[in-house]
Design a protein around this ligand. Structure first.
Ligand SMILES: [Zn+2]
Length: 213
């Protein structure tokens, strides 16, 4: 089964992706991780991506398609894959459709709740853990008692900007898959286990449908 997962920053997408991989045996392909790894390993695509990023440019679709095309052929993708980070534009949708997509999991969350949660997050200078503001007494880490601080990218302005970019990139993708009937919209404003219960149920349905075809 080939899947796509879409969720805003702070929607818990990473955790849900882990659960999906565990239960459905698909391979998690995050284009962000794939790029970072290619750069680290100095592959042809990695070098190209590194150059573009250094110039402040976006990594082109051709580089991403090249890497994806090779990645989905690897052995660990024989039960299917879970794409994370693509598609983000119409050309990428076309490419993903060629790979064959069975279902798109869209975790819908209330942006105000995300902003509230992420802006109340504190990071410990000593152990690196992240905690809710209200758990840190006198600006101290509840675990190791080190000093906690707010990360520069946990401010309201930065989070709002990231959410705006996310909405611009995902809206056309969500629309496209809604029209093809492959989109499963999940209420992400629930406890983690309830969100996953909904995803699990939807994916089992999709699995049945995929078998019938
Ligand atoms: Zn600490």
């Amino acid at each position: 089964m080939n899947l796509i997962i879409i969720g805003a920053p702070g929607s818990g997408k990473g955790t849900q992706a882990e659960f999906i991989v565990r239960d459905f045996g698909v391979c998690h392909i995050s284009t962000g991780n794939m790029l970072r790894e290619a750069i680290k390993n100095g592959t042809k695509e990695g070098k190209e991506a590194e150059k573009l990023i250094a110039e402040g440019k976006l990594v082109g679709d051709d580089v991403i398609f090249n890497m994806l095309g090779k990645r989905v052929l690897q052995d660990d993708c024989k039960n299917g894959f879970l794409l994370d980070g693509v598609p983000r534009n119409l050309a990428q949708i076309d490419y993903c459709e060629k790979l064959g997509i069975d279902c798109v999991v869209y975790i819908d969350v209330d942006f105000n709740a995300i902003i509230k949660r992420l802006t109340s997050r504190k990071t410990c200078r000593d152990c690196g853990g992240t905690f809710i503001d209200s758990d840190c007494i006198d600006n101290r880490c509840p675990k190791c008692h080190g000093e906690v601080y707010q990360r520069a990218d946990d401010t309201k302005e930065v989070i709002e900007k990231r959410l705006k970019t996310y909405t611009e990139q995902t809206a056309p993708v969500v629309d496209y898959y809604k029209n093809t009937g492959k989109l499963v919209k999940i209420n992400g404003n629930q406890p983690i286990d309830k969100v996953y219960a909904d995803i699990n149920c939807a994916l089992k349905d999709a699995q049945e449908k995929a078998k019938q075809c």
